[in-house]
Design a binder for this molecule. Structure first.
Ligand code: SF4
Length: 173
């Protein structure tokens, strides 16, 4: 059981691109302008991660999707693949990135994560269907799946209010 000081400073794993870092596959950021996130950054409770860059992928890099019919959990189990549009199999590196993000979450005792939606790594509520035609499907990326399997609650940017409530609830316990 963490002590009160640790509890009041509960940390949140956050996708680096949400924090304005230009690490997306196309060299852009996905900056989330939100007072709650700004406050958490100011309080020193944000742990930034970019699983794809941490695993050694360059920026920019080719877009990748979880192959049709697969899922983030499948990638973790070993029966799903992450591919680039030309069919190049990049599963191993996406899996490595997921494991590095989990390592950082454990190291900093993060029980919560705020991750960019739609990514084959960070997606929390939707991903793309593997056809590279921009079609969304319900699902999660490999990092989001691995974090959830280890008890870390993953929130999307649309769920930041719910994340704030979850943090507040934890701090009252
Ligand atoms: S892997 Fe995650 S943090 Fe990195 S660019 Fe993609 S969505 Fe952002």
């Amino acid at each position: 059981m963490p002590d009160a000081l640790q509890t009041s400073r509960a940390k949140v794993l956050v996708s680096a691109c949400l924090l304005g870092r230009p690490v997306r596959y196309d060299g852009s950021a996905a900056t989330l302008e939100d007072a709650l996130l700004d406050r958490w950054v100011g309080e020193g409770r944000v742990v930034p991660v970019c699983p794809e860059v941490m695993a050694g992928l360059p920026t920019p890099r080719p877009p990748a999707e979880i192959a049709a019919g697969g899922s983030g959990a499948g990638v973790i189990r070993g029966d799903g693949r992450v591919v680039e549009a030309d069919g190049t199999d990049v599963t191993a590196i996406y899996l490595a990135g997921a494991r590095m993000a989990l390592r950082d979450a454990v190291r900093h005792d993060c029980r919560f994560a705020l991750l960019t939606d739609g990514s084959p790594s960070c997606g929390g509520s939707f991903i793309y269907d593997g056809t590279f035609e921009g079609r969304r499907i319900d699902g999660e990326g490999a990092t989001a799946a691995l974090l959830r399997q280890h008890g870390i609650a993953v929130f999307t940017p649309h769920e930041i209010i719910a994340l704030a409530a979850a943090l507040d609830g934890r701090e009252r316990t």
